[in-house]
Design a binder for this molecule. Structure first.
Ligand code: MLT
Length: 329
């Protein structure tokens, strides 16, 4: 049976039986070997943290190791490209975030189809962001930080993970809210950027609580605002940007799991089943809670809900990015 014939057969079987349980793939049950989970940012950062927790739990459910592979660079587009162009056989999957919604507008030329190149496997989590700075920054609160940014402008360095990263989007919103540009310094992920912020070689960054909570608590960086409408439970002393006097500076980062377009429906269903198991894992829920986040409710973790949410988010960010006039090319 050719690959295409087999895919049609699998899809037809799933549709006619109404069962999307473990697929029979002719040569044996899926998965028959380890699965690669591509993280499109550097190791040690927030996407990596979420990905490794999920990968381990999914691997337990699938009975095969889910190997995390960090493919950082170009704002998360290199990792996404690797997966969009991989064989749609269920052995290469992608954990990506809100960048999946901004990249289709930020990048007018890409070596993969950023909208139609993927099957959605389910949403994973939504993470608040925090505005942080080197600990000896010359400001004591958000109002003073805003004054400093307006005074020093491009003399200040803002670290991000490239155009398309959540830290890039957050910086774009910050610079718009403050109406001042800073110099951006791109990294392959906010894991390595955090090392430079702690060392004081860059001035500012906006990053997810899955990467910032422990540094804020340890006092190795200074936190100025949460980018959420409400304060973050795990950082109760940190005001929201609006409480600190800065409106129009709100964003949180959602994560989802993807497979290449054309991955057979039974495999999509099996991966979703393993994801849902991971989201119900108490250890993961506890670790997420420590880091200021939570697994999405399982009702939101369906491929369909994920696709609808993603497409709506592309439409939400498109006019804002176009108005900011900042494109990658
Ligand atoms: C990372 O994992 O390094 C971050 O999610 C990068 C970013 O989007 O800011």
């Amino acid at each position: 049976m050719s690959l295409i014939t087999r895919r049609i057969f699998l899809a037809a079987t799933a549709a006619s039986t109404g069962t999307l349980a473990v697929p029979a793939l002719g040569q044996g049950a899926y998965p028959a070997r380890p699965i690669s989970m591509v993280i499109p940012f550097a190791a040690g950062g927030p996407t990596d943290t979420v990905g490794r927790l999920i990968a381990q739990a999914m691997g337990t459910d699938l009975g095969q190791t889910v190997v995390v592979e960090n493919v950082g660079g170009a704002g998360g587009t290199l990792g996404a490209q690797r997966v969009a162009n991989a064989r749609p056989d269920g052995y290469t999957i992608l954990l990506h975030h809100i960048g999946m919604a901004t990249i289709p507008t930020l990048y007018r030329r890409l070596a993969y189809d950023a909208i139609n190149g993927f099957e959605t496997l389910g949403l994973v989590t939504e993470v608040p962001m925090t505005l942080i700075a080197r600990r000896n920054i010359e400001a004591n609160n958000l109002a003073e930080l805003v004054a400093l940014i307006r005074r020093r402008g491009e003399a200040l360095n803002y670290a991000n993970a490239g155009i398309g990263a959540a830290s890039h989007l957050c910086g774009l919103l910050l610079m718009k809210a403050v109406d001042t540009r800073m110099t951006t310094v791109p990294y392959r992920g906010t894991g390595p950027a955090m090392n430079d912020l702690v060392a004081g070689t860059v001035d500012l960054m906006c990053d997810q609580t899955t990467n910032t909570t422990e540094q804020i608590r340890a006092g190795t960086v200074r936190a100025f605002a949460a980018t959420t409408p409400e304060r973050i439970d795990t950082l109760p002393d940190l005001p929201t940007a609006a409480q600190g006097g800065l409106s129009g500076f709100e964003v949180s980062v959602w994560h989802g799991l993807y497979a290449p377009r054309g991955t057979p429906a039974p495999i999509v269903a099996r991966l979703n089943q393993a994801l849902v198991k991971a989201l119900q894992d108490e250890g993961i829920a506890r670790r997420f809670a420590d880091l200021g986040t939570a697994p999405v409710p399982v009702a939101r973790a369906t491929p369909q809900m994920h696709r609808e949410f993603w497409q709506a988010d592309i439409a939400k960010w498109r006019p804002l990015i176009q108005a900011a006039g900042q494109f990658a090319d």
